[in-house]
Design a protein around this ligand. Structure first.
Ligand SMILES: [Fe+2]
Ligand SMILES: [Fe+2]
Length: 475
């Protein structure tokens, strides 16, 4: 491990950025810390603040640093500031400044946009904690409850990560923005979170797994693009956040996989597709939830054609997914990229300049990644000898942002009339009755080693512990 990367837990704010040597910054963050805790106790997991959960804490930022597990009360979690190790001699990998040394300080000309990028990312972190705060009440097992809390404390730490950048690099406006991150509230009409998906409700555990699979995965792709940034502190912050994000998507993928598993078991056992009568979630309902969460998450990538995206790239602030692995010129001035859009009532593909279509390219990487999990769920269905497949709906389905926002597109990718949409949308999206049914299954299961009837137990426990381990201490 390189020197200086060890996380100092002796400090009030654990960090690997030598915070103690920067008194001004330390003081500012020590003022922010109690306000963060106040937000956490107010808006974090409801009803469990005094309980001990078996949580992991980073002990260092290298790949082996993820090993410390212990029972802790969430308000005592060691949130802090952890940046991935610096890369010696790192250069800006793309855009107009390509080849120059990576910036250690904010370049003056990009101050405003860079701050906006950080605030937009930062805002999603506390938002998801707020969206998920009531779920503890209806957990399907202690194992799942613990996973929820792990996701929540790590989103809290991601908030720390962004607040640190704002405090350390953006002076007074940075401090104000860090404060505002604690003031907005998911779903609040007066002070909503910035992005649409983060104002939706996460009312049940099916939604939670869909959210962690699809929406946290948007987070992964945004972080991957920001990890390429020429602004080195942002790059290093995002690189470490990505190691935490992987667990969130694991929770989503295995959560949905376990529901699919259980649904198939019930279908076989009772020789019926209608597993609702047997307390399971039927495959058509799973498909509708998938359609909803996927389409909401696609919108997070923004418009297919975006001069903002082009500007972020040319400025060297936000790259492509795996930018440095791509064999092109990393300037993209001459290149083009195919995008999907509609021409009247036909859906067509058209070459557009590569720079203005960067959102769509990132969305394409995301879609391919989403498909991998769907394939694994379908393998579970197939293994049970059931002839049904879950599908990602067409990218134009139920979009509120971009070229498809003004048309209605069916899940198969056909432009349909408003009348057809109205007549069929209940086949495609969760209805109130579907939501009420799913809600009716949400009864807490808190006996050790027990799991709700609608979800199969996981293949293995956390940190090598058995399934009946006391993942959360409820007494
Ligand atoms: Fe996050
Ligand atoms: Fe996440």
């Amino acid at each position: 491990m390189a020197p200086g990367t060890k996380i100092d837990y002796a400090e009030r704010i654990p960090n690997n950025v030598s915070l103690a040597e920067n008194r001004r910054l330390l003081r500012a963050l020590e003022e922010w810390q109690p306000r963060f805790l106040h937000w956490w106790t107010d808006m974090g997991p409801e009803g469990y603040q005094a309980k001990e959960a078996y949580l992991r804490t980073a002990i260092s930022v290298d790949s082996k640093g993820w090993a410390h597990f212990d029972h802790v009360k969430m308000p005592e979690y060691r949130w802090g500031i952890f940046l991935a190790e610096p890369e010696a001699g790192r250069q800006i990998p793309f855009g107009a400044h390509k080849g120059q040394p990576a910036w250690q300080e904010v370049p003056g000309e990009y101050r405003g946009v860079l701050r906006r990028l950080i605030v937009t990312q930062g805002d999603t972190e506390p938002a998801s904690v707020e969206q998920q705060r009531h779920l503890g009440r209806t957990c399907p097992s202690l194992y799942d409850l613990r996973n929820l809390f792990q996701v929540n404390v790590e989103e809290g730490r991601h908030l720390w990560a962004m607040a640190y950048l704002l405090h350390a690099h953006f002076g007074r406006d940075g401090r104000e923005e860090a404060e505002a991150l604690l003031q907005r509230r998911s779903g609040d009409p007066d002070k909503p979170r910035i992005l649409g998906a983060f104002n939706e409700r996460t009312p049940d555990w099916l939604s939670f797994y869909m959210f962690t699979y699809f929406t946290d995965r948007d987070g992964k792709y945004q972080l991957c693009a920001l990890a390429e940034s020429g602004f080195d502190p942002l790059s290093r912050t995002c690189r470490f956040m990505l190691t935490e994000e992987a667990h969130h998507m694991f929770v989503g993928e295995t959560g949905i996989g376990r529901i699919v598993q259980r649904t198939c078991e019930l279908m076989r056992e009772h020789k019926t597709d209608d597993v609702r009568r047997h307390g399971g979630i039927d495959l058509p309902t799973l498909q509708k939830y998938l359609n909803f969460h996927y389409s909401v998450s696609l919108d997070l990538f923004g418009s297919e054609i975006s001069t903002n995206a082009a500007n972020f790239y040319t400025a060297g602030l936000k790259g492509r997914f795996e930018e440095t692995k791509k064999p092109d010129d990393h300037l993209l001035k001459e290149a083009s990229y195919p995008i999907t859009l509609h021409d009247g009532d036909r859906i067509v593909t058209r070459e557009e300049p590569a720079l203005t279509t960067l959102n769509e390219r990132l969305r394409d990487d995301y879609i391919a990644d989403c498909q991998r999990g769907v394939d694994r769920w379908n393998a579970i269905i197939k293994k049970h000898g059931i002839d049904v497949e879950l599908r990602l709906p067409h990218r134009g389905f139920r979009r509120a942002i971009g070229v498809f926002a003004d048309v209605r597109v069916s899940p198969e990718g056909r432009i349909v009339s408003q009348a057809e949409w109205d007549a069929r949308k209940d086949e495609w999206l969760p209805t109130e009755q579907d939501a009420a049914f799913v809600q009716s299954l949400m009864k807490p299961v808190i006996e050790r080693g027990m799991f709700a009837n609608w979800i199969a137990p996981p293949a293995r426990g956390i940190d090598g512990k058995p399934l009946d381990f006391e993942y959360v201490r409820l007494d």
